[in-house]
Design a protein around this ligand. Sequence first.
Ligand code: SF4
Length: 312
Amino acid sequence: MGTPGRRCSKLRSICLWPVACSLMSLSEAYRRHERRWADNRYVYAVVSRRSRGVSVGVNLNPDKGCNFDCIYCQVDRTVPPAVRKVDLERLEAELDVVLSAERDGSLYAAPPFDALAPEQRGVRDIAFSGDGEPTTFPRFGEAVALAAEARRRFGLERTKLVLITDAAYLAKPTVRAALTVLDANNGEIWAKLDAGTEEYFRMVDRPNVRLQAVLDGILDAARVRPVVIQTLFMRVDGAPPPAAELEAYTDRLKAILAAGGRLKALQIYTIARQPAERFVAPLADGELDAIADSVRTRVPVPVEVYYGVPML
Ligand code: SF4
């Protein structure tokens, strides 16, 4: 039996549900995070730690193109993409297929979804999270509208529409317009901020923009609605993030707040699945806790911690 809010020794994470659970199978469920589902090209479903259940993903970057090249990215770009273009009509039909499977229960007949107890089921969110940056898709606004319509059609009032983004283009007029549709549909922005200095940013995210573009994007969005910040800390060539970097990171967060940005939560996490680069590794639970504690003392925003899952 899990105890919500208490550490689980097998999963090495906070227990999420007050139900009898098969911990190892849930751990395995988290690890199985393929952005593929049946014959779908763009829409998939995963068991997500941060969503605390089923997350339906929408991949607007099947070509695997991204404006970042994060050293911890899990997208395997050594394998050529099977599809390069997004067909919105097909995407809409695929959303229907996945949401129908969830509604009629057939989704839960096979791994990894069979690891979820009945109380854990339900679509927690429809998330724009694919093999690249969703806001670079020229018809991003149309895709958000399609997801909002599917959410309405399936009566998913409590389901969030989530944009998982590197934040570089959040201030772009077309993206800003799409975000208003997100807002009207229980929307949430999970914006990546992995660094406090330009040097560390370039090392871990290998971006095509400067850190200031990310900070400007986050502030622009956070002045309109509270934004969730996602930060991945890891070991690089065996070394954890330097203390000066962590201080610069918290200074950036404080600057966003001081400039009128609102932050809903900070999700601090580490690597949970094998990334493309072999010189990066997860932080230990204690290291992540120490970072989170230090951030809590400096930034008045709720901090959530997501531990690594042992690599297979
Ligand atoms: S922003 Fe996301 S998809 Fe792009 S390289 Fe980084 S982790 Fe991968």
